[in-house]
Design a binder for this molecule. Structure first.
Ligand code: FA5
Ligand code: MG
Length: 387
């Protein structure tokens, strides 16, 4: 276990990006406004989306190709914007309300009180609009404190798309600007889905984002469930107004690249994208979209339960962070399996943790040690009472 932990750690212990210092836990842990753990810190700069032989890079290139061939006006492309952004870029510029949950330390990784690891590529929308770009794609790694299962990971990749329309575009259509642009958006993304998948079962869901109205999500049927692959909508007028585009209307989308790649290549677990095992990496190559991933591991999962009386401050994201800190990618799923409140008003949670390696069999000894460490840290860091 020690050996693997070492391997996961970054080469440098402190990085300096744009004047902001970000470092390993043991180096910067004295800063209470920094909640970036080593497991996440070590992912900075990996840039899976810029590797042409990696499923995420292959997918990015295929999406570029769709936009290049569908539009005579080429979209401007950005895939190297720094993932460390200001609170203003990540939230204020896209109209996220001051009290929105996504701003909390429970949901977002803060480097310091004014600086975050971007939680979406929408963090770059406003600036690019201000700089005069009217149709562009932004691809990058994004970071979120989140749950643990086969379709959620604290680091993943998004591609943002924005297209600005002028009055001349909708005036001849006879419908109002918003309907025209919403219709164009859906056609564009349905066309993208056909380009990537051929035929696939999908559906539109109405939703809410602070930066678009109306807003939609696209879900694709995958592994017997509906999987949310993207969010999108008609850009709030205020965002365009602030960038000096009073008379325009725009659409925007944010694609979840891992989710799309899972459907495209039949990849069953999101942790696999980080695998350096040749049995994974060798299955993909530049420009090949037709490949279906052949699983090489059927190693059994091992389940361990942990029960405790929660405190008021308890959150599931904090629990997941501890599990990832201890087990890294050996943690496959953390699931609440029991939840009750007794007569004294004390609430008990029982979580089932699934441990499984994608690459090898785990020994009982190893798993017991992981679980023992999880129990210790849960007790000491989360201020809960183990049962
Ligand atoms: C957003 O991030 C919006 N910024 C998208 C957007 C852009 C909407 C522009 C409107 C206009 P959301 O939080 O739903 O939305 O995330 C977008 C996609 O990222 C999801 O649909 C999903 O495919 C993917 N995603 C979200 N969380 C995770 C995660 N933990 N692991 C992997 N993929 C994730
Ligand atoms: Mg969503």
């Amino acid at each position: 276990a020690l050996h693997r932990k070492k391997w996961r750690q970054p080469v440098a212990s402190v990085l300096e990006v744009g004047g902001v210092k970000i470092g390993r836990e043991d180096v910067v842990r004295d800063d209470p406004t920094n909640n970036v753990p080593d497991t996440v810190f070590s992912k900075l700069g990996m840039q899976l989306h810029r590797r042409d032989q990696h499923p995420i890079g292959i997918l990015k290139n295929a999406i570029y190709e769709y936009f290049d061939t569908s539009y005579s006006n080429k979209f401007d492309k950005f895939d190297n914007l720094c993932p460390i952004v200001t609170v203003k870029q990540n939230f204020d510029d896209v109209l996220v309300p001051a009290d929105h949950v996504s701003r909390s330390y429970n949901d977002t990784y803060y480097v310091d009180s004014q600086t975050v690891l971007r939680c979406h590529t929408s963090a770059h929308q406003a600036e690019l609009l201000r700089n005069g770009h009217t149709h562009f794609l932004v691809t990058g790694d994004v970071y979120r404190r989140d749950s643990i299962d086969s379709t959620h990971y604290p680091v993943f990749h998004q591609m943002e798309g924005v297209r600005v329309f002028s009055p001349a575009d909708w005036e001849i259509s006879g419908v109002d600007a918003t309907s025209y642009v919403a219709e164009d958006l859906k056609k564009c993304l349905e066309g993208l889905a056909r380009h990537l998948f051929g035929s696939v079962e999908m559906r539109w869901i109405d939703t809410y984002f602070p930066f678009t109205n109306p807003s939609f999500e696209l879900e694709i049927y995958f592994q017997e469930k509906w999987l949310e692959v993207l969010g999108c909508g008609v850009t709030e007028q205020e965002i365009l107004k602030r960038s000096g585009k009073m008379d325009n209307v725009a659409w925007a989308f944010g694609l979840g690249l891992e989710r799309l790649a899972m459907v495209l290549f039949d990849i069953p677990d999101i942790r696999l994208f980080w695998s350096t095992d040749e049995r994974f990496t060798s299955q993909f190559s530049d420009g090949e979209l037709g490949v279906k991933f052949k699983p090489f591991s059927k190693y059994p999962p091992c389940y361990k339960d942990i029960s405790f009386w929660i405190s008021e401050a308890f959150t599931e994201n904090n629990l997941c962070e501890i599990v990832r800190g201890v087990a890294g990618d050996l943690a496959e799923e953390v699931q609440l399996i029991d939840n009750f409140t007794n007569k004294k008003g004390m609430t008990s949670h029982c979580y089932r943790i699934a441990y499984r390696s994608m690459e090898r069999s785990l020994t009982d000894e190893e798993i017991n040690e992981l679980q023992w460490n999880v129990r210790n840290q849960v007790e000491s860091k989360l201020k809960v009472v183990l049962r």
